[in-house]
Design a binder for this molecule. Structure first.
Ligand SMILES: Cc1cc2nc3c(=O)[nH]c(=O)nc-3n(C[C@H](O)[C@H](O)[C@H](O)COP(=O)(O)OP(=O)(O)OC[C@H]3O[C@@H](n4cnc5c(N)ncnc54)[C@H](O)[C@@H]3O)c2cc1C
Length: 293
């Protein structure tokens, strides 16, 4: 690995100036799990790393009833998974974070780093999209707030400007009667990264679905909301037939990627299966045909 200078700014303003002044020769570093791999493989050869570790603004997890969760960008996956606030107020997010990668990566990798790397085969982006989360970007020019949909632009591409860093993620409070389920499919038990994932958040009275948000991740270049499937569910009493029909709509409406890990057709089928299981689980219909893990 090439030698580099390690810079430790104390404020977002200072970090932003460093990133702007050093340009392409420079990278921000949080947990380093993605960046160090890229540097070891010589895909990235920065001369300077700007550590985000000393920025207090990027730390902590808080909740208030009006604004919901505020998760500092430096929160590690393990912090999100074990936070009493996340577990109490947005349990689906804690459940998702507890399944990311393996214990080593969960204890080192951050939620901010995960979003900024924009690797499609990851868990948080789809789950955060179904939850209607926002990303707060900071720089010496001030702050801007983007929805996850606005932040994730394409395969490994985000809306971050060169002098910006992700400061925090905001997750709005869930309305009363809202539940959520996150499911992922791994190609082999030894593989950590998901090949397909479905995040489903719904407000419901028993079997009657009032509001639905579904996002598919890991099988498409960036996660996608499935609006036609959501409209199909809203106002409907969810039974076995509805579960099968909505899974078919989800599978029909995505444009999966095709690569060495799986063809587009295989991914579409796996998304259909995962969507069926996810919707069935939220509505307590796990005994129906085709919904067992
Ligand atoms: C073996 C392995 C298995 C994995 N499996 C999974 C999995 O199953 N599910 C899953 O979701 N993910 C998985 N991952 C990905 C993992 O979640 C990410 O590597 C991790 O979250 C990245 O966070 P980090 O803090 O280590 O980022 P870093 O490596 O420090 O940074 C990653 C990128 O983001 C930039 N960056 C970091 N933080 C910020 C910020 N706040 N503002 C602006 N730019 C920033 C850096 O400049 C860099 O370009 C896996 C990774 C590994 C190595």
């Amino acid at each position: 690995m090439r030698d580099f200078d390690f810079l430790e700014p104390a404020t977002v303003h200072e970090a932003s100036h460093m990133l702007a002044d050093l340009g392409d020769d420079c990278r921000a570093i949080a947990g380093g799990t993605a960046l160090m791999l890229g540097m070891r493989q010589r895909m990235l050869t920065p001369t300077h790393l700007v550590s985000l570790a000393r920025l207090p603004q990027l730390r902590g997890i808080e909740f208030d009833a009006k604004n919901g969760l505020r998760i500092g960008a430096l929160a590690r996956h393990a912090d999100v998974a074990t936070s009493p606030l996340v577990r109490q107020h947005v349990p689906v997010l804690a459940s998702m974070a507890s399944r990311v990668a393996n214990p080593q990566v969960r204890n080192q990798g951050t939620i901010g780093g995960n979003l900024c790397y924009a690797d499609p085969s990851t868990d948080p982006p789809g789950c955060l999209m179904a939850l209607g989360a926002q990303v707060v970007l900071g720089s010496s020019r001030g702050e801007r707030v983007l929805s996850i949909e606005e932040f994730l632009v394409d395969y490994y591409v985000t809306a971050l400007e060169p002098d910006e860093i992700v400061v925090e993620i905001r997750v709005p409070p869930l309305a009363a009667g809202t539940g959520g389920v996150y499911s992922r499919f791994l190609r082999t038990a030894a593989e950590h990264r998901p090949l397909a994932s479905v995040a489903f958040v719904a407000r419901h009275d028993g079997q009657l679905c009032r509001e639905a948000r579904i996002a598919v991740g890991a099988s498409t270049p960036i996660p996608v909301r499935l609006r036609r499937a959501e409209a199909f569910l809203e106002g409907r009493t969810i039974d076995e037939r509805a579960v099968h029909e909505v899974a078919d709509i989800v599978a029909a409406d995505i444009e999966p990627v095709s690569d060495a890990r799986g063809s587009a057709d295989f991914r579409r089928e796996m998304v259909r299966v995962v969507a069926r299981r996810t919707v069935a689980e939220l509505f307590g219909l796990t005994n129906i045909q085709g919904a067992q893990p």
